[in-house]
Write a protein that binds this ligand. Structure first.
Ligand SMILES: [Zn+2]
Ligand SMILES: [Zn+2]
Length: 172
């Protein structure tokens, strides 16, 4: 949703709830795609004494992204608290890309982007489907949570290979 704040900007003390659809389907976090679902949510926009424009929302975003070890989809919910205040000035209606411009484009408040940016602040960089996820076999790709294989994984593990090199060196 994009909120037209022109009426609130021009009316001291005005406050209004806006309800609309969250339209961002995915974001990129260091190269991996994160799918977002929120549906309809409500944000409150208030003109505080003609001086500041206050924006608040408490959306619950459903996030789906791959497990860092086995790549299966992991779905989590994040309860967010968006709380921002923009100073109201004569220039607020003009786009200023340097200051709050990424959220306020003229009289249009890009509330979806505010929610997505807030999510990026609280989202841990990696997720595991479970704490003891065993990941994929690096040789044949078998999901070791659900099966096993006869691959000699110790040699191909780069950390292990280094240790083996050291032992080989000591032999000489
Ligand atoms: Zn996993
Ligand atoms: Zn294997």
């Amino acid at each position: 949703m994009i909120i037209d704040v022109s009426r609130i900007l021009s009316t001291e003390g005005a406050s209004e709830d806006f309800t609309g659809e969250f339209e961002i389907e995915s974001i990129d976090l260091s190269g991996s795609e994160i799918k977002l679902r929120l549906g309809t949510y409500t944000a409150r926009v208030s003109n505080e004494e003609g001086r500041t424009l206050a924006v608040s929302a408490d959306p619950v975003v459903t996030v789906t992204r791959p497990c860092d070890r086995c790549t299966c989809d992991v779905t989590e919910k994040y309860e967010l608290h968006v709380d921002e205040v923009f100073p109201i000035s004569d220039e607020i209606a003009s786009t200023d890309p340097d200051e709050d411009g990424q959220w306020l484009d003229g009289n249009e408040l890009l509330i979806d982007r505010m929610v997505a940016d807030e999510l990026l602040l609280v989202l841990p960089p990696k997720v595991l489907c479970k704490d003891d996820c065993r990941g994929l076999c690096p040789v044949c790709g078998t999901d070791l949570n659900h099966g096993s294989c006869d691959c000699d994984r110790s040699v191909l593990d780069p950390r292990m290979a280094k240790i083996l090199d050291v032992f080989a060196g000591n032999d000489r």
